[in-house]
Ligand binder design. Structure first.
Ligand code: UDX
Length: 458
């Protein structure tokens, strides 16, 4: 079949994989190919069991795979053939050298730029999809243009705002599409080509453009603002626990102010996920680099409150369970960093699990999708950890349940039945405030919500 345009995406992870599947679905006349250095991942994308779980993704991949959506291993051939290359490789926080624990590790990303330069034989548009520190596009451009071939690379920034668990909907009905470009004739031409892709299903007024630096910075700032909301509501929870205020009532009251809005005000054990912490730390690092200490400190506070909230949750458990967890059996309900995903990156559950292991508790971890990742996260320290998918079986014989992830299934369990099989006194620590606390208390549990007074029998 003759395709109108050939799009390649380097990096077949959450962002690349899902975004390309949706583009393939919306633009049947384009050929969309994904490559990845991880061949196992490519094999999985070509199998019945995709490498990631995301509601609605299986159907789209089944619909488009082999028609205009392809997962391939020969990067050289695919780079040569592509008109547009999306770069969606991971840029984790650096864990070595200058900027360790703060700055982005750009080695995969730079390697990709060099590979594009090496194999390309014709002009290409390079679309930066990974979240990168501001001004990375110019570094990308410098690497790409250091070639002795007669090839022009036009770099565009097109950050992705999808959230896991709702990614397909976020892509199909985005709040906005942001395209950063260089205001030159080739830059404008490239901008229009990228607009043309999204215009297949997104209305023109939602496709906005800006200069490249604003586009890169917007992604970091959007995530910093969202994370800040979670830290803001979480920062009020200890105050509620000390007084007679209830965080859900406070959240409802402030959320009805249309200037504040009611979303992202759910108290929790702290935010997780691959983006929030990493992007804030990136922002902090850039601010420090430019000598903006006050600004850096301000945003760093968002991460500090998150760490405080996680530790506070563990301390509450220790205090409530008579100041020792040694040999007590604790069941973690959920391990994913949020519901409807198998992803556990930066999940608060990892932190809580590690701390409970330090306290010598025995753990049983249950999660409908994330147990394989949980096993990887706790590898080497999980001698006293069991992984059991069925929550009834998992909680059997435990002293406490701690809700880590807001999966719907945990709201619908038969807690009378669970209570009967647990050690007494039985505790529930609801790190997501998703359960019916009064009902649990009436059954006999000692209940510890977040940002509300505990309901205890002694
Ligand atoms: C986020 C951004 O939302 C998205 O735009 C960006 O592209 C990537 O980073 P994601 O990490 O997938 O997406 O999940 P998100 O829904 O934002 O949740 C992040 C974390 O915050 C989760 O751990 C979630 O449980 C927590 N959270 C969110 C709360 O604790 N309370 C809330 O009210 C909302």
């Amino acid at each position: 079949m003759q395709f109108k345009k050939k799009i390649l995406c380097i990096g077949a992870g959450y962002v690349g994989g899902i975004t390309m599947a949706v583009i393939a679905d919306k633009c049947p006349e384009y050929k969309i190919t994904l490559v990845d250095i991880d061949y196992e991942k490519i094999d999985k994308w070509n199998s019945d069991e995709l490498p990631i779980f995301e509601p609605g993704l299986d159907e789209i991949v089944k619909r488009r795979r082999g028609k205009n959506l392809f997962f391939e291993k020969d990067m050289q051939k695919e780079i040569k053939e592509a008109d547009i290359i999306f770069v969606s490789v991971n840029t984790p926080t650096k864990n070595f050298g200058l900027g360790a624990g703060m700055a982005a590790d750009l080695q995969f990303w730079e390697k990709t730029a060099r590979e594009i330069r090496r194999y390309a034989e014709s002009d290409k548009i390079i679309v930066e999809k990974s979240t990168l520190p501001v001004r990375t596009a110019s570094a990308m451009e410098r690497i790409l243009s250091a070639n002795d071939k007669d090839v022009h690379f036009e770099v565009i920034s097109n950050p992705e705002f999808l959230a896991e668990g709702s990614a397909i909907k976020d892509l199909e009905e985005p709040d906005r599409i942001l395209i950063g470009y260089k205001d030159t004739s080739s830059g404008r031409k490239a901008r229009d080509e990228i607009i043309e892709i999204y215009a297949h299903w997104v209305s023109k007024e939602k496709i906005i453009t800006s200069n490249i630096w604003s586009s890169e910075l917007s992604k970091l700032v959007a995530n910093a603002f969202l994370a800040q909301r979670v830290s803001s509501i979480n920062s009020i929870t200890p105050l509620c626990e000390k007084t007679e205020a209830e965080i859900s009532e406070v959240a409802r009251a402030i959320g009805m102010d249309s200037r504040i809005g009611n979303r992202f005000l759910n108290p929790s054990i702290g935010f997780g996920g691959s983006c929030f912490k990493k992007d804030i730390l990136n922002l902090v690092y850039i601010c420090r680099y430019y000598g903006l200490t006050e600004v850096a400190d301000y945003w760093e506070g968002v991460v500090k409150i998150n760490e405080y909230q996680r530790e506070r949750f563990v301390k509450n458990m220790i205090d409530a369970m008579f100041h020792t967890l040694a040999n007590k059996k604790i069941c973690l309900f959920g391990f994913a960093f949020k519901a409807n995903t198998s992803d556990t990156r930066e999940s608060s559950a990892i932190y809580v699990a590690k701390r409970l292991i330090e306290e010598r508790a025995k753990l049983v971890i249950t999660d409908p999708k994330a147990l394989n990742n949980a096993k990887k996260d706790l590898r080497g320290i999980d001698q006293n950890v069991d992984y059991i998918e069925d929550p009834y079986e998992a909680s059997n014989g435990c002293d406490a349940i701690a809700v880590m992830t807001e999966w719907d299934i945990y709201k619908e369990l038969d807690y009378e039945k669970i209570y009967k099989t647990m050690n007494k006194p039985a505790f529930i620590f609801d790190g997501r405030n998703i359960l019916d606390h009064k009902k649990l208390f009436d059954i006999g549990f000692n209940v510890y919500p977040i940002g509300k007074p505990a309901l205890v029998h002694f």
